[in-house]
Structure formats: structure tokens, C-alpha cells
Design a binder for this molecule. Structure first.
Ligand code: GLA
Ligand code: ZN
Length: 691
């Protein structure tokens, strides 16, 4: 996408307001330096009030008005909320829950992603829109649908069932192969005809994990094929207009990497809860995931100007916090700061959600902060397109995720159209595992040291990194063993954790020692596993004389009981019948090292361990005062160093030698940088000539 400014704007719903308000909107947008708005996201019913009528007049008017005022449009394809006439006309539109109940109309995202009637209507609407707006001056970006899978991530209707059967036929070829891979000899589940294979709805008891996993893969691909229904139409009619879809940010709902070759820019919606102490770390992880999907700048498509209305308690962003979090997104690779929404709604479901223009109007604190941020961002065009150079990657794998997670581990979420792929669907060792939680645990250790981390799908090429961490890689697919072995042979540092390499891509257990395909590179074999009780712990006892480590640390959640084959033991378990068994190991393999961590260590261990592997690979760390975050974006020879003070106090940061210019204040800095609470500095190092 060729836009050489930081994009600043919002979801804009002029259809909720009389036209005289539109002129006020434009005046305030100009005042706030808004340069792009997303339109029509939920406007299907207005654009197509019945099967044969399309009405674009109101949208034409606002598109023209925006264009006259140099405000670009990211045009929604309006497909996230289908009109009532469509829902009523066809009986296959509404999705079916895991219990077999069809969802009732009355909200958005009630459609089944595989409904032929929905898909046909989508193609038609998108074609009409593309033909109508082709060449429009304001149209700069297509915004497909809205937050795929937010509410309709799982459907169990008959259309989905038939498509699933066809998908399986293509994948397995024969029923023998399917029965074998799924282990259907167990409990007499054997299928003798494709038509016998139903969707894995709630049944009498535990379900077949291989079938559950395939169903999740099938639905994941269905999201992608649905997206492509729109992409194909748009590419044909408006080949020069880039395309995005705004991700919700929950990777567990579908495999986002399927979209990778068909997205011009990744965009996502970030809604950290200001009440949550970990909010900034969680946001940093998610920004890193989004950036890493294409390895280039992404768009922050939505965030709240102040409070949202869907946490149990929705506190405001404190003065300065919206600005700080906006810069955090930019620091991690966003080239935009956009909001939901422009003007807080007067009526409707989300009237208590903040807007850039609050109910109080332009005199409100929130609008003043917004306008001031918009002004500042106009100074940052040099940053656009710059990237983050990470030497560390954390691997994430949807298949592993779907076979590990549990309702408790994911924070007790219980939307009833979601399947949790663990104890509530199939018998499983513990409900205390959290795939994302484990990724966060590792990410946090690097984050505390201000070391940038890419979070990439496990099947991406990771050979360019120096350190690769694969937390909870329960399921391992063909090819991974070879990729890891080549990486370590060439000098890389690889880290695997407990409950890794237990099953293959069909959830079949690797026999003769878990870690399966990772046995050679890690130099261990796991004989038994022992989940710890809630709040239970064991001890990690380090071997004597290891520099940079305490004598012992605490661990929780899980213990793998392993045998070291070729590896060196760095720590053993301290308690229980397996006291003395290896807990942390280091295996030299070619020019590199592979580590195995048989449990969930406490944060102190994580810190010391990560310091060690970073030092071994000569990767720079930045120890900064509590609450200060540092990220560097770079482009050509320029480095833009972001310092963000998330703490509650004013702080002083020691800068490394050199002279710096702050892009926001145009002031110069040397040696010491002072940051107020919620303060932000973006420093560019000056050369010997002071430029
Ligand atoms: C999501 C949706 C928006 C809006 C916001 C509210 O991100 O995409 O339409 O509902 O949540 O926080
Ligand atoms: Zn369906």
C-alpha cells in the first residue's frame, strides 16, 4: 500500500446521523488531522434494502464530501451483518451452535460461513459496490467484512456437514485412510460411508480429537475461502485498490496465516483492558503477531478512544494513555492509528462505547487528546514503512493450539458456539494449560529486556533468526524436525518446552518417548508426564556453578519426566518421586544448542534463562526503569528509537552514547532522557553533522 503518512482515523458511521452532522464531522476531522475513515462496515441493509434494489446515494454523498476534504476512505464491504430480508428468505443463513440450536437473528455475525445463500449474496453485493466505486477519488483501501469469527467461529449446520465430508474425501481419499488416521477403531466409531460423518457437535461424552482437529482446520479454511469470495470480485474490478480485513486478534479462532498471500496489509483491532496490569505486554505480543504475519508494517484498524462497553467493568483510558498506547502500536510496527469509532453513537447496542467525538462534543477531554495526537502524527512520515529487526522468534502453531487449550486456560471464556479443544471435548491430562499463556510467558521474558520478538507460524521459514522458541508444541507436523535440526546445526538456539512432540498431525501419539521428532535435537526422551494440581509446584534445582542463575526456582502446571540421552542437564526437579530427573537441558547439536524445559518455570527463571541465551547469541538487551518500554524501528540507515513510559512515575532513561533528536518535540537529547508518566519520545540518532 503506497501511503506515505501515518494513517489517522476511525470507523465512521454517518448513516447513524442526519446530514447536517456530517458537515460538523468533516470540520472536526480536519481539526484532528483525520486522514482516513472506514465506511459502510455494517451498512448492507441500507445499501440493499431488498433483493433487487441497491441504493448508494447516501454513501456517494459522504464519499464525495470526504474526497473534497482530502480524507481517504477505507471502504467496508458491509458483509458482517446481513439484512433481515436475506435471513428470512433463506433457511441456511443462520449458523448452528454446538448444541444443535440455530442462532436467533438480532445481532451481527449471525451467518454461517459456508451458507451458499450468504456467499452468493455476498458476491453480488461486493460486485455492485466495486462496480459503483471503481475509480472513486476517495477509495484507497477495501475493508472486507469485519472481525471474521468474532461471534460465528463455529457452525454445525447441514451445509457445513456436507462440505466437511467433501473436504475429508479430498484430504484422505479413502475411508480406510480416514478411519486409520482418526483411530476410529476406538469405541467402534468406524465410518463405512462419507455420509455417516457428522460435525463434531456435543455428544454423550468425550469426542474424537482427530475429528475435532480436522473440523477446526476445515472451518479455518472456510473463513479463508469466504474471504477469497470477496477478494476475487474486488481484484477483478478494482485491481489497483489494496485489500485488508480487520482481524479481531484471537488467533485461536482460525489460522490467520492462510490469508497471508491475499492480504495487501494486515490490520487488526486492539482493545487492551486498562484495568489489567498486563495490558501493555499483551498488546505488545499481539502487535508482534500481526507484524510477523507478513513481516511488514500493519494497520491498527481499531482501538478505543477511551472506554469500551464489553468488559465487565469498563474504565476510561486515563489522560495520556490513549496516546501512549497509540505510540506503542506504532513502535511495534503499525503505520496507522485508527479507532472504533469516530462519533460515539446516540442509539444502538454500542452507545456506551467511547468515540473520538464523545457524547459531550468537541470540548471533551477525549476529543482534545485525539486532536492533539492527530497533529503530532503528521510529523512522523519518516517512520512509515520502517520495520523491526528481530533476532528472536516465537513459534505459534494453530494445530498445536487447538489440541492443547482448555476453558480454564483461555481465561474461562465460554461462548457456547466455541469448542474448547481439551477436557470439555475429549479426555485430557489437565485443564490448566494455556497455549497463548505459554507464548506470553516466553514473550514477557524478552519484553522485560526490551528485546524485539517476531511471533511467527511454526511452518514459516525461521532460519534467519538466532533464537527460536517453540512453547507447548504438542503436535508436530512432517518437516518440522528437519527445519529445527538445520537451524540448530547452523548455530541457532532452539528452545522447546514440556508437552511438546507428543502427537503427530493426526493427533497420533509418538511412541517410545515423547518429544518424538525432537528427540535427536534435544537429546531427551520423556517417559511420563505429571500435571501439577491447581496451585501445586515443584522446584527447579540448578546444577552447581552455573553463572547467572540462582540455586533454585519454582515451577508449576506440569512436569515431564525425562531421560537425558545426549544432552547436558542444567537443572533437575527438586521434589517428588522424580526428584533428580532432568528439568532443564542443553544439547549441543552442530554449531548450535537446543534447550528443553520440562515444566512451566517461574518468571525469575525465565528472566535468567533468557538473559543467558541472549548473551550467548550476542543479542543486545535494554535494561530500563520499571515501566519503560523501548522498541526500535528502522529504515535504510535510520533508526527510530521509541521510549514509552507505561509506569506511574516520571523517569530518567540513560541513553547510549550519541546525540538524538526527538521527532515529536524537535528537541535534542544526549545521555539522559526524561519521560513523564505516560510520556513518549521517538529519538533519531544524529550523525556527526547533527542531521
Ligand atoms: C470490535 C468491532 C467493532 C466494535 C468494537 C467495539 O472491534 O469490530 O465494530 O464493535 O469491537 O469495541
Ligand atoms: Zn454452517
Amino acid at each position: 500500500m503506497k501511503i506515505n503518512k501515518i494513517i489517522f482515523g476511525a470507523d465512521y458511521f454517518p448513516e447513524q446521523w442526519p446530514e447536517d452532522v456530517w458537515h460538523d464531522d468533516i470540520r472536526l476531522m480536519k481539526q484532528a488531522n483525520v486522514n482516513m475513515v472506514s465506511l459502510a462496515i455494517f451498512a448492507w441493509a441500507l445499501l440493499q434494502p431488498d433483493k433487487n434494489t441497491f441504493t448508494f446515494d447516501w454513501l456517494d454523498n459522504i464519499m464525495d464530501l470526504l474526497a473534497d476534504n482530502d480524507i481517504d476512505v477505507c471502504l467496508g464491504t458491509a458483509t458482517a451483518a446481513q439484512p433481515n430480508w436475506l435471513t428470512q428468505k433463506y433457511d441456511d443463513i443462520l449458523f448452528v451452535r454446538e448444541s444443535g440450536q440455530r442462532v436467533v437473528p438480532g445481532s451481527r455475525q449471525t451467518y454461517c460461513i459456508n451458507s451458499p445463500s450468504y456467499r452468493k449474496a455476498v458476491r453480488r453485493l461486493v460486485k455492485e459496490m466495486a462496480l459503483h466505486y471503481k475509480g472513486h477519488r476517495a477509495l484507497k483501501l477495501w475493508h472486507i467484512n469485519n472481525e471474521y469469527a468474532n461471534k460465528n467461529s463455529m457452525c454445525f449446520c447441514k451445509n457445513c456437514e456436507h462440505r466437511f465430508q467433501a473436504w475429508l474425501k479430498k484430504k484422505y481419499g479413502t475411508l480406510d485412510s480416514l478411519n486409520d488416521c482418526w483411530g476410529t477403531v476406538f469405541w467402534g466409531e468406524k465410518y463405512f460411508a462419507w455420509e455417516q460423518i457428522n460435525t463434531p457437535m456435543a455428544s454423550a461424552g468425550g469426542r474424537n480429537g482427530a475429528k475435532l482437529l480436522d473440523y477446526k482446520r476445515f472451518l479455518s479454511e472456510s473463513f479463508y475461502t469466504l474471504y477469497m469470495e470477496e477478494v476475487n470480485v474486488l481484484r477483478e474490478i478494482t485491481p489497483d485498490v489494496p485489500i485488508t480485513t480487520n482481524f479481531e486478534g484471537d488467533w485461536s479462532k482460525f489460522d490467520h496465516s492462510l490469508f497471508k498471500d491475499d492480504l495487501d496489509v494486515v490490520s487488526w483491532n486492539s482493545y487492551p483492558n486498562p484495568l489489567e496490569p498486563n495490558a501493555r505486554r499483551r498488546a505488545a505480543l499481539r502487535h508482534s503477531m500481526m507484524r510477523s504475519l507478513l513481516g511488514k508494517p500493519f494497520m491498527l484498524m481499531e482501538q478505543a478512544p477511551s472506554q469500551v462497553d464489553w468488559y465487565p467493568i469498563n474504565v476510561n483510558k486515563r489522560p495520556g494513555q490513549m496516546r501512549l498506547w497509540s505510540y506503542q502500536a506504532i513502535a511495534h510496527g503499525s503505520d496507522s492509528v485508527m479507532f472504533f469509532q469516530w462519533r460515539a453513537s446516540k442509539r444502538g447496542t454500542e452507545k456506551y462505547h467511547s468515540g473520538m467525538v464523545p457524547h459531550y462534543g468537541e470540548e471533551a477531554r477525549v476529543f482534545r487528546e485525539i486532536a492533539s495526537l492527530g497533529g503530532e502524527l503528521t510529523k512522523l512520515q519518516d517512520i512509515v514503512g520502517s520495520t523491526i529487526d528481530a533476532s528472536v522468534a516465537i513459534l505459534m502453531d494453530n494445530d498445536a493450539w487447538w489440541t492443547v487449550d482448555s476453558p480454564y486456560g483461555t481465561g474461562g471464556k465460554s461462548l457456547d458456539n466455541e469448542i474448547f479443544w481439551a477436557s470439555n471435548t475429549q479426555p485430557f491430562p489437565t485443564v490448566l494449560l494455556s497455549y497463548l499463556g505459554e507464548l506470553e510467558h516466553y514473550f514477557n521474558a524478552f519484553y522485560r529486556l526490551n528485546v524485539p520478538v517476531d511471533v511467527i507460524p511454526a511452518h514459516y521459514d525461521f532460519s534467519k533468526y538466532k533464537i527460536v522458541i517453540a512453547p507447548l508444541l504438542h503436535l508436530i507436523k512432517p518437516g518440522f524436525k528437519e527445519a529445527v535440526e538445520a537451524f540448530v546445526t547452523n548455530g541457532g538456539t532452539f528452545v522447546a518446552t514440556y508437552f511438546s512432540g507428543f502427537v503427530d498431525e493426526h493427533v497420533g501419539v509418538f511412541l517410545n518417548g515423547y518429544v518424538g521428532p525432537l528427540t535427536d535435537v534435544l537429546g531427551v526422551k520423556v517417559e511420563e508426564y505429571d500435571p501439577l494440581p491447581l496451585n501445586g509446584s515443584n522446584r527447579i534445582k540448578m546444577i552447581a556453578g552455573l553463572d547467572g542463575f540462582e540455586n533454585e526456582y519454582a515451577c508449576s502446571v506440569w512436569c515431564d519426566i525425562a531421560h537425558a540421552t545426549t544432552t547436558k542437564t542444567l537443572a533437575t526437579f527438586g521434589d517428588d518421586y522424580f526428584a533428580g530427573a532432568p528439568c532443564v537441558t542443553e544439547n549441543e547439536f552442530g554449531a548450535g544448542k537446543a534447550y528443553y524445559i520440562a515444566t512451566r518455570p517461574d518468571a525469575d527463571f525465565m528472566h535468567d534463562f533468557v538473559c543467558k541465551i541472549l548473551a550467548d547469541q550476542n543479542i543486545e538487551i535494554h535494561l530500563l526503569p520499571e515501566g519503560v518500554e523501548h522498541v526500535t524501528r528502522q529504515q535504510n540507515k535510520h533508526k527510530f528509537e521509541f521510549y514509552l513510559n507505561h509506569g506511574n512515575n516520571d523517569v530518567e532513561v540513560q541513553l547510549s552514547q550519541g546525540k538524538y533528536k526527538d521527532l515529536l518535540t524537535q528537541t535534542s537529547h544526549e545521555s539522559i532522557l526524561r519521560l513523564a508518566r505516560h510520556g513518549v519520545s521517538i529519538l533519531r540518532r544524529l550523525n556527526d553533522y547533527g542531521t
